[in-house]
Ligand binder design. Structure first.
Ligand SMILES: [Zn+2]
Ligand SMILES: [Zn+2]
Length: 381
């Protein structure tokens, strides 16, 4: 088969997000709905799906990277082989159903008419939680307790929704297949035969005659969960922390949980502005401080530090303080603090001060003002 990295047009070092977004983009572009009767696009669509099936699965990806095959070192079509369309199985979509729902309005059933397909693998939905952090918490990391509701599998019926084994019977409409054929006529000549999810058993192949008392036949129920979340140091505003498998449990006996996604919102610092892992600030000083030099207090993460302004500092001077920025997220090292000086002139002075300044001005040697001197030499001479 085609190299999955080449199929998705990405490098071997691509992150999970890059893989996902490359897949999303290509799947949209080559989707059969957007390319009717285009064999080439269909082939391409199969190829990128096969590639994504490998690269979105940590184990398969590791196998591929090491052995050049998603199956690992032992070749020979094991279950769920990712080679070619024959081995392509829609049950594999469970892990990334969210993407597909974005692309296809009606889901994936009946995508290719008449093709053998199985009931879609069940994955619970993701839970998204918004979390507010202070600036310091985002820089230093913290732990937070969160309380949320999620769907959990009913322990009494193990998700079947049935009272016991005898109350779970094979669906008579689809004879347990979970799917039925549906014929559709388009404009008189074209007949499309689709395989669709059985409307009676909703794809499970079973019907419940006697419901589980604990869950009322749903197989799951909402439960309030308290969870301690470790927020890593260096996380930034707008980033999402994904905790795999802590989302809603899928309905039914077979299925997996979705993810818990924590969207982080970081409060602004009154002075420090974050850019990646560096912090920036503007330090206003008076013009006399700029001339004479001074020591001022500046904010750093979790406190303050003394900052020395040397004599004869110019407006716009920039000083970089190494290691006083933000700790790098899940990495080593720390960013810097960059201080830009703003020399503020007094908006008004009284008469006496003005006279003092006048006297002072005559005392300052003309060559102390390099730019002024240069300007004068060009304009007055
Ligand atoms: Zn139950
Ligand atoms: Zn059925």
């Amino acid at each position: 088969m085609t190299n999955p990295y080449e199929a998705l047009g990405i490098s071997k070092t691509a992150s999970a997000d890059e893989i996902k977004s490359a897949y999303r983009r290509l799947a949209k572009k080559y989707h059969p709905d957007a390319n009717p009767n285009n064999k080439e696009a269909e082939e391409k669509f199969k190829e990128i799906n096969a590639a994504y099936e490998i690269l979105s699965d940590a184990q398969k990806k590791a196998n591929y990277d090491r052995f050049g095959s998603a199956d690992g070192p032992h070749f020979g079509g094991g279950a769920g082989g990712a080679g070619g369309f024959g081995g392509f199985d829609f049950s594999g979509f469970g892990g990334f159903g969210d993407i597909f729902e974005n692309i296809f309005d009606q889901g994936i059933d009946g995508l290719f008419g008449g093709r053998r397909s199985r009931a879609r693998a069940n994955r619970g939905s993701d839970i998204i939680i918004d979390m507010d952090l202070t600036f310091e918490e985002s820089c230093n990391g913290t732990t937070k307790n969160i309380i949320f509701n999620r769907n959990e599998r009913c322990p009494d019926c193990h998700g079947t929704g049935a009272k016991d084994d005898n109350s779970l019977q094979t669906c008579s409409y689809c004879h347990g297949a979970g799917q039925v054929k549906q014929t559709q006529r388009l404009g008189g000549f074209t007949v499309i035969e689709n395989v669709v999810t059985c409307p009676v058993c909703h794809g499970t192949g079973k019907v419940i005659t006697d419901k589980c008392k604990s869950c009322g036949g749903k197989g799951s129920f909402k439960k309030q969960v308290t969870s301690k979340i470790n927020i890593p140091a260096g996380i930034d505003d707008g980033q999402t922390l994904t905790i795999n498998g802590e989302g809603n449990m899928a309905e039914g006996a077979a299925g997996i949980s979705g993810d818990l996604q924590i969207r982080v919102h970081v409060a602004k610092h009154p002075i420090l502005i974050r850019e990646d892992f560096d912090l920036y600030m503007e330090l206003p000083i008076t013009f006399t401080q700029a001339i004479l030099g001074t020591k001022v207090r500046i904010p750093v993460i979790g406190g303050f530090m003394d900052f020395e302004v040397p004599p004869n500092t110019q407006n716009g001077d920039v000083r970089r303080i190494r290691g006083k920025g933000v700790k790098k997220l899940r990495s080593v090292g720390t960013g810097d603090l960059i201080v830009k000086i703003f020399v503020e002139m007094p908006k008004m002075v009284d008469k006496r001060t003005a006279q003092l300044l006048e006297a002072l001005d005559t005392d300052i040697r003309a060559d102390s003002y390099k730019k002024v001197a240069s300007y004068r030499s060009k304009v007055y001479n």
